[in-house]
Write a protein that binds this ligand. Structure first.
Ligand code: ADP
Ligand code: MG
Ligand code: ZN
Length: 634
């Protein structure tokens, strides 16, 4: 809180400064106005002249002040002037005034109501305005800070303007019953399965406590926008029949200084009262971004994040509170958030495949009236890469179109038309591939998979998909190591590079063309090759010499070379040779298995996602083209 206090002081000071400047500007404007309209300054010589012409009726002076305020005329025609005495003329001036019968007053009299008004306006009004601005700022801050925010004082207490102003207008975070269940979420079976345990824990925390089992406190839903992360979180609350607290990560950050942390505290306090319940933090990357050492770090965000971390450590898990969070940029999250006891479970929520898309369409189609005999499968097949939200939108667009044409029911044509509307409109947001692109991606991914299968040291393929990912990848080939291992041999590293080159090699071989799709593979292959040379001492040329080191051990990032420039050039050549070796291996492997490449790529194009088993079945089926598989290593 000390930091917060400081910051608040600082911003307070700023506001006071602004108020003072405003006061000065206003009083300046008012002051010149008054003088100009009521008191006319004149030269001393003119004053003498006016006295000699017997125009002056009364003169006032304050003791020790060389200024004289004097009037001409009587009653309505009376005018006010001021002048400054010529140095050393006090006595002669008094004589002159006396000679011409001017009433001489040596103090300001309150006979003129004008003077009072003048005083009031030139001193009272600015002070009032100052107070007003202060009051308004005070109020605004209180509003933004909410009731439990520390109370606010200008400059240590001058402006506590009455008790009522301290009350909060901040919106309370309200829990809700969502009414959504797993039935409303389609095509996310794996995610639902992972969340099932949380549901059963929330339903029955005692059962877990009895045994002494510790249920996860937090789970992170990770996936592209519109895939149903928010929906899934609500469904967990609905399934378990518990209260659902939702807050967006950005809501923590866009507040006044110090408020984000207070809001986190507030949130957990309320959740504690309503437990069992779910706290859902949407778009957590807004607060949970990795803390770094850069100078432009965001203090407020870090405060909020720290508060969140400490709340997550502190809350009483026995009562059944589970924190769910969603993000589509997991790689930017602070490592501390992902530590055990916090968001240690990661639940992928990926774009739906063909079957998933059809199921999602069906859920949303149930809400609108449709002609009989509608084929949703056609829609599903024509929307690879569409998210759940896209699909819900397609159904809605179709219903709107039906209304526009004055129909009572949605037709197949409405549906197909709305696919175009939604997809064309959304092309930039979600990736929908043209048939040719889909073919290229199929060959690319199959290329990776076949090279992986034929390399002794490469991990087995477990899944190939051409459903586009958030990362921008248009497809990927997943390899899962058979058992955990912590050491990588030089041969395995070389095999890995060959596998990474497999995608591009397939493009070259089949289409005699190169695409930008391999950029990520190239990046990874180069990185690995470079690390082999500079960090792992795996090159023949340099041997066991450290030539570089990671820029930051815990935060990741690039690499710093620790060698001379001449050596850096040689490193580049060495890296290039390593990658090229992998490229040639990939080309050779694919050339030898050209027929399998065609067959699997076509199968993948049709199915979009295939399992490792399906892949291996086709690859090893003995139809005269089966490859000689490498003997597994021990
Ligand atoms: P996210 O939080 O992942 O961005 P949402 O959960 O907000 O996505 O999804 C937006 C809407 O899209 C949902 O309200 C729902 O109507 C629809 N939707 C998304 N995914 C699915 C799904 N898997 N099943 C059914 N509807 C879905
Ligand atoms: Mg969402
Ligand atoms: Zn690739």
């Amino acid at each position: 809180m000390d930091m917060n206090e400081n910051k608040r002081r600082r911003s307070m000071l700023l506001y006071v400064l602004i108020a003072i400047i405003a006061y000065l500007a206003i009083s300046q404007a008012l002051g010149t106005n008054l003088t100009a309209s009521r008191v006319t300054p004149v030269e001393y010589s003119q004053f003498v002249h006016m006295v000699e012409k017997n125009e002056v009726t009364q003169a006032e002076s304050v003791y020790g002040n060389p200024e004289i305020t004097f009037t001409t005329g009587e009653g309505d025609s009376q005018k006010l002037y001021t002048t400054v005495l010529w140095n050393g003329t006090e006595e002669s001036t008094a004589q002159l005034l006396d000679d011409h019968g001017v009433t001489m007053v040596s103090e300001i009299q309150d006979t003129s109501s004008d003077l009072w008004l003048m005083l009031l306006v030139s001193y009272g009004l600015p002070i009032l305005i100052f107070l007003g601005i202060g009051w308004w700022l005070n109020r605004r801050m209180k509003k933004a800070m909410g009731d439990d925010g520390p109370s606010m004082n200008f400059g240590g207490g001058g402006f506590g303007m009455g008790g009522g102003l301290g009350k909060s207008n901040a919106k309370e975070i309200k829990g809700e019953d969502t009414g959504v269940t797993f039935k409303d979420v389609a095509g996310q079976d794996e995610a639902k399965e992972s969340l099932q345990e949380i549901v059963s824990f929330l339903k029955n925390p005692e059962k877990y406590n009895e045994i002494g089992a510790r249920c996860p406190r937090g789970a992170l839903l990770v996936g592209p926008p519109g895939t149903g992360k928010t929906l899934l979180a609500k469904a967990v609350a609905g399934e378990a029949g518990v209260t659902f607290f939702q807050i967006a990560g950005s809501a923590f950050v866009e507040m006044f200084v110090g408020r984000g942390a207070a809001k986190v505290r507030d949130l957990f306090k309320q959740a504690n009262e309503k437990a069992p319940c779910i706290i859902f933090i949407d778009e957590i990357d807004a607060v949970g971004k990795r803390r770094d050492s850069s100078l432009s770090s965001n203090d407020e965000r870090e405060q909020t994040l720290n508060q969140l971390l400490s709340e997550m450590d502190g809350f009483d898990n026995h009562k059944g509170i589970v924190v769910l969070a969603a993000t589509n940029r997991p790689e930017t999250l602070d490592q501390a958030l992902l530590r055990p006891g916090r968001f240690d479970r990661r639940i992928p929520v990926e774009l739906p495949d063909l079957a998933g898309r059809e199921a999602i369409l069906k859920i949303h189609a149930d809400d609108v009236k449709m002609e009989s005999g509608i084929d949703l499968g056609v829609v599903a097949r024509s929307t690879p890469g569409a998210s759940g939200a896209d699909l819900a939108n397609i159904i809605n667009e179709a219903a709107l179109r039906a209304v526009r044409f004055g129909r009572r029911r949605v037709t197949q044509e409405d549906l197909l038309e709305s696919v175009d509307v939604v997809i064309a409109g959304e092309k930039k947001k979600s990736t929908v591939l043209s048939p040719h692109e889909k073919e290229v991606v199929s060959y690319h991914e199959t290329g990776h998979a076949i090279v992986a299968a034929m390399q002794k040291g490469a991990a087995p393929v477990s899944k190939i998909t051409i459903v586009p990912r958030t990362s921008g990848a248009l497809g990927f080939t997943m390899q899962v190591e058979e058992d955990e291992h912590f050491l990588t041999t030089r041969q395995e590293a070389k095999d890995k590079i060959a596998v990474l080159c497999g995608g591009r090699a397939a493009e070259e071989l089949i289409f005699n063309e190169m695409t930008t799709g391999a950029s990520n593979d190239i990046e990874k292959a180069t990185q690995l090759a470079r690390a082999m040379v500079t960090q792992y001492g795996m090159s023949d040329r340099f041997g066991m010499v450290q030539l570089g080191q990671p820029a930051s051990r815990y935060l990741g990032g690039g690499q710093q070379l620790t060698c001379s420039e001449g050596t850096a050039q040689e490193i580049d050549a060495e890296v290039q040779a390593l990658v090229e070796e992998g490229h040639q291996t990939a080309l050779r492997t694919l050339r030898e298995n050209r027929f399998k490449l065609h067959e699997i790529a076509h199968y993948l194009q049709k199915k979009e996602t295939i399992t490792g088993d399906e892949f291996m079945n086709i690859l090893t089926r003995d139809d005269g083209f089966a490859p000689k598989m490498p003997t597994p290593t021990e």
